[in-house]
Design a protein around this ligand. Structure first.
Ligand code: MDE
Ligand code: FAD
Ligand code: SF4
Length: 671
């Protein structure tokens, strides 16, 4: 299986066992020395899982290069010892690991940030200081010193972070580099900085040390590098002595999504493909590669020599071993939701994974065989019930899983129908496999009443019964044109051409996307998707942008919320802007501070900015929040049974499968 993916890669002085690179991820354990035991355990588990080459999260080469105050730094001899824990743990598992050197430049979230020129980024509050010519040279020295210290710490190499809009990228483009000295002005001068870094670094570290250079191949911002310049830089980096060239896609400030779940799988490997033949170093491609068949196709097509995956290794450390064993169905697939990884890191919380709460908690959350075997009933086969049932069964408990629905999945069966959320199918495929593998008894299509449960002789009942949609309290709420999101996403109720959605939370946004996007969604088709977001696959302009050409909306939609302010303000940090932009492209009217008056044959009567208005709509769809479904709770307690609530049945927080799975897994690990 997967002959290209599992083929070794000879780098001259060392051979990687396969074509899988674990891409750099800041997980929030790299900044304090006290966290390095946890960090070492995290990487060791991935090395044991068979990854060919691991790259760490970004480590700053100097204080000025910090991404945030007190960020992990490798600049002094006393920084080395903590990193030895990581390299020893990885080597003990037979793995290889490179330390990423990341200088944030103007993305530094602190007042000491520096950049080629004094230009603030649109996504950080601090204006950087412009580096002096001497400062540029000191910066190069800092990169080199950092690489030497990394070698001392036992790393197999380093990755020089040259993409995502960080300092090196800032040198490369006129957008951020207005210098007139030898580090700016012409394309050749702007490239001098990274080329000097790699050249001096190679001289300092010797021949037998991996230098990966992460090359920004598609900036996705204006005033960026042209393709010709990017190729010239690639050649310069090769000549300077790099070992591998990795691909970077988009600056953080780019307004084109690059890694969220609505980005098609493998959406950017064509960019790396363009570089093939221009340089002779092995090329690594990246972004939204999450399953072995996707990776294999990319390599077999010759788009690249290696694939980089990052989040898929949070979801499943055993990914490579499972691919090697030809068991892709056993892979816990990253659904690219960002909810527990990038969204956490952006607010200074430790990363984890929605589908694998153990990620980055390897020394803390362990699923061990149960000492006393119990009979456990789990009611509800949504994400919480599935996580609880499979974890309990894995520990050796006898588990019966009830759901009144004929299939597993709960609300994920609605989520998977939303355009751009196709990956939710994979979460259900994985749980389906786990139920069989762990031996959970399924009782689907079965209402679990209190009598059934009491008669079952269970030691414990876990109620994972989910939520009930909150009803609308408004004159006309029972009008035939009123539907709930359940009627639409679950019951396939016909929906007219003009629609008002009441409630602009995560489900309201999803329903709006469902009603305005054609099926199948552009997320399943790279050419349609790039057109929709204005990505030019010919890279004719610097940055690779062209005017976006959104497809015609399927319906005319108003998305309304009672709270004042911009709808969608509470969506997740790293994906909310994509949902807002998607609906804007679909010409959805998003309105905050709306007062609802009544619904009748004429439509929805509202008050907007103090003015009464009638929205002449065919349907009003209610997405007004949810309440926990605890109908069984009291009846079971009254019978003296041991009852536990998990997931939405405990706290109804709309789009929060992360909490549901985490809570259920922890409960099951402790029972
Ligand atoms: P927002 O609300 O989207 O934007 C704030 C305001 O700025 C405007 N804006 C812009 N105006 C003009 N031109 C632009 N290019 C531009 N970009 C933004 C916005 O319109 C808005 O103005 P308003 O509408 O309010 O008037 O910004 P935010 O503060 O919520 O943050 C946005 C994000 C940084 C979250 C963001 O945009 C991000 O989601 N971008 C994509 C990032 C991504 O997925 N990158 C690829 C992979 S991730 C990776 O490689 C490494 C990640 C490590 C982290 S953290 C490490 C930790 O310590 C990287 C941290 C980056 C720091 C900047
Ligand atoms: P549920 O998924 O609601 O499952 C409860 C199950 O219990 C149901 O299958 C029900 O049939 C069963 N049940 C109830 N009572 C009984 C009984 N008496 N007998 C037998 N069976 C019973 N979350 C995210 O984190 N990210 C997202 O992107 C996301 N997108 C979403 C999109 C949509 C359109 C929707 C509707 C939800 C989305 N969610 C998302 C929310 C997520 O699906 C829920 O947080 C999650 O499903 C809650 O899990 P749960 O197991 O607690 O409950
Ligand atoms: Fe992937 Fe979501 Fe897990 Fe992050 S939290 S690794 S995006 S599944």
């Amino acid at each position: 299986a997967y002959p290209h993916l599992l083929a070794p890669l000879d780098l001259g002085f060392t051979t990687l066992p396969n074509r899988v690179l674990m891409g750099s991820m800041h997980v929030g354990l790299e900044d304090k020395a006290a966290d390095f035991d946890k960090l070492a355990a995290f990487y060791a588990e991935r090395a044991r899982g068979g990854v060919g080459l691991i790259v760490t999260g970004g480590i700053a080469p100097s204080l000025r290069g910090w991404l945030k105050p007190m960020a992990g730094t490798m600049s002094m001899p006393w920084h080395v010892a903590r990193h030895r824990k990581v390299t020893r743990a990885v080597h003990a598992e037979g793995g290889r690991i490179c330390m990423q050197i990341l200088h944030a430049g103007r993305y530094g979230y602190h007042p000491f940030s520096v950049a080629p020129s004094r230009i603030k980024s649109p996504i950080t509050p601090f204006t950087p200081r412009a580096l002096s010519a001497r400062g540029v040279e000191r910066c190069i020295d800092a990169f080199v010193r950092s690489a030497k210290l990394a070698r001392e710490a036992g790393y197999d190499g380093v990755e020089v972070m040259g993409s995502e809009g960080y300092l090196i990228n800032q040198f490369l483009t006129a957008r951020t580099n207005r210098r007139t000295d030898r580090w700016g002005g012409s394309a050749e001068n702007r490239m001098r900085f990274p080329i000097e870094i790699v050249r001096c670094m190679r001289e300092a570290v010797g021949k037998d040390f991996i230098i990966v250079y992460r090359l920004s191949m598609l900036d996705l911002v204006d005033e960026a590098q042209s393709w010709t310049d990017i190729v010239a830089l690639g050649k310069g980096i090769e000549a300077a002595g790099a070992t591998l060239i990795n691909t970077g896609i988009g600056w953080h400030e780019a307004r084109v999504p690059t890694i969220v779940t609505s980005v098609p799988r493998g959406a950017f490997s064509w960019v790396t493909r363009r570089m093939k033949g221009e340089v002779s170093l092995p090329l690594v491609t990246t972004n939204r590669i999450n399953m072995p068949d996707v990776a294999e196709q990319i390599l077999a097509r010759g788009d690249a020599d290696m694939v980089s995956m990052a989040r898929p290794f949070l979801a499943d450390p055993e990914w490579v071993n499972k691919a090697r064993a030809a068991r892709p169905e056993a892979i816990n697939t990253c659904i690219a939701c960002n909810q527990a990884c990038l969204d956490h890191v952006f607010v200074n919380r430790r990363a984890s994974c929605l589908v694998n709460p153990r990620a980055c908690h390897e020394t803390e959350l362990n699923v061990l065989p149960a000492t006393a075997k119990k009979r456990v009933a789990v009611v509800g086969a949504g994400p919480a019930g599935l996580a609880a049932a499979t974890t309990l069964a894995e520990r050796g408990h006898a588990v019966t899983l009830f759901d009144r629905a004929p299939r597993i999945g709960g609300q994920f069966n609605m989520a998977k129908r939303i355009p751009g959320k196709e990956e939710f199918h994979e979460a259900l495929r994985y749980f389906d496999h786990r139920l069989d593998a762990t031996g959970v008894e399924r009782r689907l299509g079965t209402e679990a009443g209190a009598d059934v449960l009491a008669a079952g002789g269970f030691d414990t009942v876990i109620l994972a019964t989910g939520v009930l949609p909150r009803a609308l309290d408004l004159p006309g709420a029972d009008h035939p044109k009123v539907l709930s999101y359940l009627d639409v996403l679950h019951g396939d109720a016909p929906v007219g051409h003009k629609v008002a959605i009441i409630g602009a939370g995560g489900i309201g946004f999803d329903v709006a996307e469902f009603l305005t996007e054609a099926a199948p969604s552009p997320s399943t088709d790279i050419a349609r998707w790039t057109k929709e977001w204005g990505v030019d696959m010919a890279v004719a302009t610097p940055g690779g942008l062209m005017p976006a050409q959104p497809e015609k909306p399927e319906r005319q939609v108003w998305l309304l919320q009672r709270t004042a302010g911009r709808p969608g303000g509470r969506l997740n940090k790293t994906s909310g802007w994509v949902h807002r932009a998607t609906l804007k492209n679909k010409r959805v009217q998003m309105l905050g501070g709306v007062g609802y008056d009544r619904i009748d044959d004429a439509g929805l009567h509202v008050v907007i900015d103090g003015q009464p208005r009638v929205l002449d709509v065919d349907n009003v769809i209610v997405c007004a929040g949810q309440e926990p479904n605890r109908e069984l709770h009291d009846a079971l307690l009254a019978r003296g049974m041991d009852v536990r609530l998990v997931g939405g049945a405990d706290v109804a927080a709309e789009l929060d499968a992360k909490r549901a799975i985490d809570q259920a897994t922890r409960l099951a690990a402790a029972l």
